[in-house]
Design a protein. Structure first.
Length: 308
């Protein structure tokens, strides 16, 4: 694969994209009010069920256009995408290894579908653990990378459009996916159709109801470009959506990720620049920038649920 260029521009939806008002995806209500309007992300909160989402927003084709190669490598990852997703492969794999270990508490390896598989790191780790894996992603760049580098069975497209056999999977995973899709309720319902009875779905997503999100307000690191994160779930709203699709929640907890010290300090600087600068001095003195650390800010919720 060709080398990335450090000065790559930030991906973004076209400025002239047509915007549409959106009803609540959870309960269907048209009644909402602004949510944290000072962040400028067009967030609203449903007055009936409390789901937070972006409205108005572009149509799905405009949203999916965001996920090109520059999404996975750009200089403004605090706003959209990743600084360098491929370079961070060791940390991503360590994070996924921990999530696979937790999944093993609820189900034995079988057929697994990873929705939003990106470059295939989770699928490759799952395959090593004995899973028969398949994946999908809307990004042609990501799907191409996963197929070329790991020989994975991956398809380009959305879960609601691709043709998979109902009842053919034992597990469906959606890591940092559900907040991106234009119709998360349809995704969860489709996952229920694809799972056998007793199959398991696992999801992780930023928790807008978490204490860090509430305390930091517009500075919360979970807020991304409004064309990237279009839904902001809390544990109650995501649990309700799963329950209505025929799932019983087995486990809900806040989880962390393995990151480099450099990325940790970059994110910390969004909350406390002074502390971040002091720690950066130690980072430089002891050459810690690429050291891997596990960070759990308690604002990402992971939910495991079983199909009834």
């Amino acid at each position: 694969m060709s080398e990335f260029i450090e000065t790559v521009s930030t991906p973004h939806v076209r400025h002239d994209a047509v915007m549409h008002d959106i009803p609540c995806n959870l309960c269907g209500s048209q009644q909402n009010h602004p949510f944290c309007p000072e962040n400028g992300l067009r967030l609203v909160e449903c007055e009936n069920c409390g789901l937070v989402y972006v409205s108005p927003r572009p149509d799905p084709n405009e949203l999916y256009a965001l996920y090109g190669e520059t999404y996975f490598h750009n200089n403004q990852s605090g706003v959209v995408g990743y600084t360098n997703y491929l370079k961070d492969e060791p940390n991503i794999r360590k994070t996924f290894a921990g999530r696979l270990a937790r999944l093993a508490r609820f189900i034995r390896p079988g057929k697994l579908l990873d929705v939003g598989c990106a470059a295939g790191f989770f699928l490759d780790e799952a395959r090593k653990q004995g899973w028969n894996v398949s994946g999908l992603d809307v990004s042609s760049f990501a799907v191409g990378y996963a197929a070329e580098h790991f020989g994975l069975d991956v398809r380009q497209g959305s879960l609601t459009e691709l043709d998979f056999t109902d009842g053919s999977f034992d597990a469906v995973s959606m890591w940092d996916v559900i907040e991106h899709v234009p119709d998360p309720k349809a995704y969860i319902q489709r996952a229920a159709e694809l799972l056998r009875s007793g199959g398991v779905i696992v999801l992780a997503t930023p928790d807008v109801g978490s204490i860090p999100a509430r305390l930091t307000g517009k500075r919360w690191v979970g807020y991304k470009l409004s064309e990237e994160h279009v839904y902001y779930f809390s544990i109650p709203t995501l649990s309700r959506m799963l329950n209505e699709a025929g799932f019983d929640v087995l486990d809900a907890r806040h989880v962390g990720k393995f990151v480099t010290v450099r990325l940790f300090l970059d994110r910390l600087g969004m909350y406390s620049p002074i502390i971040a600068r002091l720690l950066a001095l130690a980072e430089k003195a002891f050459h810690l920038s690429e050291r891997s650390v596990y960070v759990n800010p308690f604002d990402i919720v992971a939910i495991t649920a079983r199909k009834r």
